[in-house]
Design a protein around this ligand. Structure first.
Ligand SMILES: *Cc1c(COP(=O)(O)O)cnc(C)c1O
Length: 482
């Protein structure tokens, strides 16, 4: 156990410990991370930091105390609404991120249904399997049922299957523009029309695309309609801390009308501390992210975002062509913007990720189908060639036949067979053993994760997998001495 610090320490000492703790973090400044960091350059960093620290102490909980924050938040919301085809009716709030925006959208739908469709006692949301897990989290938190629908072969939401999944209990349908895993935009126009016809709400999750797609389209790339200009769209989410390149903790949730947003609002009228209104999930709200978001939108403006988007899209085209030119590798489907997935029909793509990890590249492993996730942002413009070079090398290594790989495959096959015949509670134990055999260390994640991921993907019992991952989450969020 770590005890509470008993003595004071000098500022230099405290900061030195923190600097040292960063040593093994992913080198995002060198563009080695995909999806976790959105970065332009030092000039923008300086602006964000200055704006953020200018408001590091303020609290967004009470706009009457800080008219400055009220101005920044309402302006960021209005600017985002106008970027996303909204009219003066569109209303919203800033939140701490995409997840909070989606939690708001779901709780709003629930409250809307309670008011308008009181006969529904077990509300459901219909969404594609590719939609962000935050919807499932919202259903988990707020007592709704999330009904997942498989995607089409092109990885986009299947309109007729989504409509078939609607029941008398459905209150909300979801489309993504684009969905995070493969970067493809769902058929928003068709889905929204269906939702409108069915008399249910329709949310467009534009968390990752909201500050990218409008500029991609303006540059002349084909982008299907995805925003408030589409009839039937009742709410949207857009993360300023993704392609808005703002400081983290900044997203926008938008509703078609102020009446709809009203269902999101909470007020306690009888608290001894006074009347307590709160528009979003958080109570105390950090002002830094609000201030930094306002700063970067005004600093770059459409002119700046177009320049950045232009460079990013040219890099995306180069990277996708580069990937497809590497023997054994391919990109999936036909994504509209700057996100794509790398897969292989010939070898284990997770092994390629392990190899890339040796060069410091951090790519997420996806399943259904197995692929590696790439979100290209401005930080990658300068390193795309290096990435392709390391990727080609990694693919070549994985392609080469080797004794070790033969053994690995054989062990996975055996473990798979075992997990099918062993009693359920043995499965996790067997997995732990196998990943240990394949180079897993006692604690933490093994350096080579491909065998483990391969095994996880083919586990017949997903409930068991859930327990296993919850154990891992528990251990990662618990103090341990290095
Ligand atoms: C990132 C993302 C989210 C969640 O946003 P967070 O800021 O990570 O909470 C939701 N939907 C999509 C499509 C995303 O890309």
């Amino acid at each position: 156990m770590l005890s509470f610090p008993s003595k004071k320490r000098s500022k230099e000492d405290v900061l030195a410990t923190m600097r040292a703790a960063r040593d093994h973090d992913v080198q995002w400044q060198q563009g080695k991370a995909f999806g976790l960091i959105y970065h332009i350059d030092e000039a923008v960093d300086a602006l964000l930091q200055e704006a953020f620290t200018m408001f590091f102490a303020e609290n967004g909980l009470n706009p009457t105390a800080f008219p400055s924050l009220k101005k920044f938040e309402t302006e960021v919301v209005a600017m985002t609404a106008s970027l996303l085809g909204g009219d003066a009716q569109v209303s919203g709030n800033m939140t701490s991120g995409g997840t909070e925006s989606l939690l708001c959208a779901v709780v709003t739908a629930r409250e809307w249904a309670r008011a308008k469709r009181p006969e529904i006692t077990a509300p459901e949301i219909v969404l594609a399997r590719s939609a962000h897990p935050a919807f499932e989290k919202a259903a988990h938190y707020f007592g709704l049922r999330a009904v997942h629908v498989p995607v089409r072969d092109d990885l986009r939401a299947d309109v007729s299957a989504m409509i078939r999944a609607v029941t008398p209990n459905t209150i909300l349908m979801v489309g993504s523009a684009p969905a995070y895993p493969h970067g493809v935009i769902d058929p928003i126009r068709e889905l929204a029309a269906a939702a409108q016809e069915l008399g249910i709400l329709f949310h467009v999750d534009s968390c990752v695309g909201g500050f990218m797609l409008p500029f991609v389209r303006k540059l002349g790339y084909p982008v299907p309609d995805f925003d408030f200009s589409v009839p039937g769209v009742t709410s949207m989410s857009a993360d300023v801390h993704k392609y808005g390149y703002a400081a983290k903790g900044a997203s926008v949730i938008l509703y078609k009308t102020p009446e709809l947003r009203r269902h999101q609002m909470f007020v306690s009228t009888d608290w001894s501390g006074g009347i307590y209104p709160s528009p979003t999930l958080a109570g105390t709200r950090p002002a830094g992210p609000i201030a930094a978001a306002w700063a970067v939108l005004n600093y770059l403006g459409e002119e700046g975002y177009l320049e950045i988007t232009d460079a990013v899209m040219k890099t995306v085209i180069k990277m996708r062509e580069g990937v497809n030119a590497i023997p054994g590798l391919k990109t999936l489907s036909d994504p509209e913007m700057s996100i794509f997935a790398i897969a292989s029909d010939e070898f284990d793509i997770y092994e390629v990720a392990d190899e890339l990890g040796k060069y410091g590249w951090h790519l997420d492993r996806q399943h259904f189908p197995q692929s590696l996730h790439v979100t290209v942002n401005y930080a990658h413009v300068a390193v795309a060639d290096d990435f392709l070079c390391d990727l080609a090398e990694s693919a070549a290594i994985v392609r080469a036949p080797s004794l070790r790989k033969g053994i690995t495959k054989w062990v996975i096959k055996l473990a798979n067979a075992l997990t099918r015949i062993l009693p359920e509670h043995w499965v996790s134990a067997a997995m732990g053993k196998v990943s240990g055999l394949l180079g897993g260390s006692g604690g933490g994640l093994p350096e080579r994760m491909a065998p483990m991921y391969g095994l996880i993907g083919s586990l017949p019992n997903r409930g068991d997998l859930k327990e296993l991952v919850l154990d891992l989450l528990d251990s990662m969020t618990r103090y341990s001495k290095e």
